[in-house]
Design a protein around this ligand. Structure first.
Ligand code: A2P
Length: 282
């Protein structure tokens, strides 16, 4: 993000009423997020405990001995004492080192063999040390979740699994599995992404142009974006819409003064295409 835009956006978001902030070391703006939170605390607008900050363990930091130092680095960047949630960002590992995307001379990613269960034990230790209030995962499928849930001596279950989720990719099976295991689904790209071709599958049509979402929106005097977000929260999926535009940051928060009927929920569920925008081909 351009320098300062994240700082401004997080401050506007907090003033608007947002409390859950989804960040990561690899977004390279954690220092601005931390500054925004600290400024808002200093102003007296919020207390630290009002904020729910989620940080993420990157692929190059899966070896167990790297987990705590990596979280400590994030805390130092944020200048906070703890994160509310720390999650394994992806279920596969890259070679540890300074390169965030390590590649060989042929441009191929250099992967790293690690044991996800051992990484999880190191995550558990971070929770026990008070550095993370809760721990979870991201981009895990059912099999990968089961590996953790069935781990002998499991101390703390993942509380959440952050995955792509929106009306065109509704994740019915994973959602049901996670419900059964008390794992909250946090839906990323709830508005259908920024459609940046460098990492988004743009062959899937733009979500916010969808006629059904727009027609339902007209009924409630809401936008397609607000309908998409309302749909997710109404089915128990946490949403983390991204915007760096003050008006849209506010718009995305105005979703608590209307509700969709059961019929509308079904109509939107039927839009599911089972196609991801974020294919994570790596
Ligand atoms: P911007 O930052 O200019 O608002 P997602 O949350 O699914 O990743 O989507 C993020 C993209 O959607 C960003 O490009 C963001 O652009 C845009 N966006 C965010 N809120 C809205 C909205 N209410 N209406 C239209 N586009 C939005």
């Amino acid at each position: 993000t351009p320098k300062g835009s994240c700082l401004e956006s997080v401050k506007i978001a907090i003033d608007t009423g947002y409390r859950h902030i989804d960040g990561a070391f690899v977004y390279y703006n954690e220092h601005e997020v931390g500054q925004a939170i600290r400024e808002k605390i200093a102003e007296g607008r919020i207390k630290r405990e009002d904020i729910f900050y989620c940080g993420k363990l990157w692929n190059t930091c899966h070896p167990p001995e790297l987990v705590r130092p990596t979280l400590e680095k994030t805390l130092k960047i944020l200048q906070l004492d703890y994160v509310d949630l720390y999650i394994i960002e992806l279920p596969m590992a890259f070679k540890p080192g300074d390169a965030i995307y390590p590649k060989d001379e042929n441009g191929k990613f250099i992967y790293h063999e690690t044991d996800l269960c051992a990484t999880w034990e190191a995550m558990e230790a971070c929770k026990d040390a008070g550095l993370a209030k809760s721990i979870g995962v991201s981009n895990f499928n059912r099999r990968q979740l089961e590996m953790i849930l069935n781990k002998p001596g499991l101390k703390h279950k993942p509380v959440s699994n952050q995955v792509e989720c929106h009306p065109y990719f509704t994740q019915p099976k994973l959602l049901e599995f996670c419900r059964q295991h008390d794992i909250v689904i946090v839906g990323y790209s709830p508005l259908g992404t920024s459609r940046d071709e460098t990492w988004v599958n743009v062959s899937s049509p733009p979500l916010l142009k969808d006629p059904v979402l727009n027609a339902i929106g007209r009924k409630y005097n809401k936008t397609a974006a607000q309908v998409a977000l309302r749909f997710s929260i109404q089915r128990g999926v946490v949403v983390i819409p991204k915007s760096f535009n003050p008006q849209r940051i506010r718009e995305n928060f105005q979703i608590f003064d209307f509700s969709l009927t059961e019929e509308e929920m079904k109509e939107i569920e039927a839009l599911n295409k089972n196609v991801r925008y974020v294919e994570l081909l790596m």
